[in-house]
Design a protein around this ligand. Structure first.
Ligand code: NDP
Length: 482
């Protein structure tokens, strides 16, 4: 095997899977296998857990300042290799290089720096019983924790989990998606260079159903932070709950955008193009159901369609590309299946939804033109199920109450966006909308200190800022009698 081999990172060394087996890793821009990843199983996970257990006492005991120092060196190396990592991310996921350069890699660096610093400011409570005693809370690392992340924002979401876990003093067994393992592999090399002690972070590559499941089932892994689909989250919870593991689940979404007639039209329409199709619609925070107040329905629809048609789909490595390839052949088939369903359910596809062949070396890639549909009832499957691709639906509404009912009429509740110049109305809706995140007159404006997560079938628990540090620590009350 002369092509690139991704290796597991276990106990500070880069190793193949015990099984000696490899999985093909595809380049979505041309549909070709370009590297191989270890097909890991429970044996590899066991070795990773043993390495993590050994590393835990010194890592949890070395002090926040030392953990900050090493993590900051990791962030420095990510910054130095920004371009190499961005190229690798686009090769692995098919996303446009501009997105990797401006979103994925800078955010991965920011995640590590943010939590490296946050741990230096992480306080805990004390409760005074006047004249009797004082209670203080210790927030102690849990031990060995598991982090499992998806393919849509590979290094971005991987670091969003491992950074707070490590900063809080835990040792980690982590698995990136088998579809996008490359930047996690490059990160393991960076960790070696930065002097992260062996076993503090272990990365096991392979299939979710095998390597991922072995992490979830391992009795020594006491907490699991998972981002992925709702169906997978259900499997995880079923396995982990009877073992009394701490669980953080960031799951699927079907996010609404509410566009009122009094909005700043230009800002609303230009941001809606982005919130619909950024990263090919493969961001859990993309708005996929767009509700438009009737007086501006046609105007907004026509402008959105015009701008969607102008998006350039093609070579992820061309700076001018807006939309690269979808992550896999199966995923493109799934998205196209939903477009066929939308037609069956009575919808009209106003633009897009066609496979695109850029020709030449890119002929085998998984390209799809971004699609806008209308004429579908809120209750149909197209409007109820997560598509997670470049597809949005439009529906008109007449009143605030109706808009809210439509927005809340799904099983998901991750994020939402409200466009209006009436701040009273925006605040009213923000209070009543069923979502963990509400953006008013903006989208994807992120402050890493804020709580991040969903309600209903979009997840359990919150990430971000102190929420993540609390998740990755156990609170212990100490009562001192005077
Ligand atoms: P999946 O649920 O298929 O996979 C997520 C991760 O879980 C992958 O690493 C996967 O491995 C692994 N996995 C799969 N089965 C198991 C199992 N039985 N035990 C342990 N691990 C397992 O999600 P996708 O990768 O397809 O990601 C897309 C989904 O993620 C969408 O639903 C999206 O909404 C959601 N998401 C949610 C976010 C949020 O913050 N709420 C953010 C980003 C995405 P492998 O890929 O190797 O099978």
């Amino acid at each position: 095997m002369t092509e690139q081999q991704v290796k597991n990172y276990i106990g500070g060394t880069l190793v193949p899977a015990h099984s000696g087996l490899w999985l093909d890793n595809y380049n979505p821009s041309n549909g070709q296998v370009y590297s191989y990843i270890p097909d890991s199983n429970a044996e590899d996970v066991q070795q990773a857990v043993e390495a993590a257990e050994k590393a835990f006492p010194p890592w949890s005991g070395c002090g926040a300042q030392e953990r900050y120092r090493i993590m900051n060196s990791i962030a420095d190396l990510i910054a130095e290799r920004r371009e190499e990592l961005a190229q690798a991310e686009s090769m692995d996921s098919g996303k446009a290089i501009g997105t990797s350069r401006s979103v994925d890699i800078p955010r991965a660096e920011a995640n590590i720096r943010f939590f490296a610093t946050a741990i230096l400011h992480f306080g805990s409570e004390s409760h005074h019983m006047e004249g009797v005693a004082v209670n203080y809370t210790l927030r102690q690392p849990i031990g060995v924790v598991g982090c499992i992340s998806p393919w849509n924002l590979p290094l971005y979401l991987f670091t969003w989990k491992i950074a707070p876990a490590l900063a809080a003093g835990n040792c980690v067994v982590a698995k990136p998606s088998e579809l996008t393992p490359m930047t996690a592999f490059l990160l393991s090399k960076i960790c070696l260079e930065a002097g992260l002690p062996p076993g503090v972070l272990n990365i096991v590559h392979g299939l979710g159903s095998k390597a991922g499941q072995a992490i979830v089932e391992h009795p020594k892994i006491k907490a699991l932070s998972f981002t992925g689909g709702t169906a997978t989250g259900r499997i995880l919870a079923a396995t982990a709950a009877p073992m009394f593991k701490k669980l953080s689940l960031e799951l699927g979404g079907k996010n609404p955008n509410l566009v009122f007639a009094d909005c700043d039209f230009e800002k609303a329409v230009s941001t809606t193009v982005r919130s619909s199709f950024a990263n090919n619609g493969q961001i859990c925070l993309c708005g996929s159901r767009i509700y438009i107040e009737r007086p501006i329905y046609e105007k907004f629809r026509d402008e959105l369609v015009r701008r969607t048609k102008a998006l350039k789909v093609g070579d992820p490595f061309d700076d001018k590309t807006d939309q690269g390839a979808l992550v896999s052949k199966q995923h493109r088939e799934k998205v196209m299946g939903y477009l066929a369903l939308a037609k069956k359910e009575g919808g009209t596809i106003l633009c897009g939804g066609e496979p695109i062949d850029p020709g030449g070396a890119l002929s085998g890639g998984y390209y799809l033109s971004p699609a806008v549909a209308e004429g579908l009832p809120n209750t149909c499957r197209t409007n109820q199920e997560e598509i997670f691709g470049p597809v949005v639906t439009l529906q008109p509404f007449d009143t605030e109450e109706e808009a809210l009912a439509l927005a809340n009429g799904v099983v998901y509740g991750l994020s939402s966006t409200i466009w209006t110049s009436d701040i009273g109305r925006a605040s009213r809706i923000a209070g009543r909308i069923q979502a963990g995140i509400v953006w008013i007159n903006c989208w994807l404006l992120r402050d890493l200190r804020t709580p991040f997560g969903g309600v209903k079938n979009s997840g359990v628990g919150r990430e971000g800022g102190t929420e993540a540090l609390r998740f990755f620590t156990e609170a212990k009350n100490v009562c001192v009698r005077y």
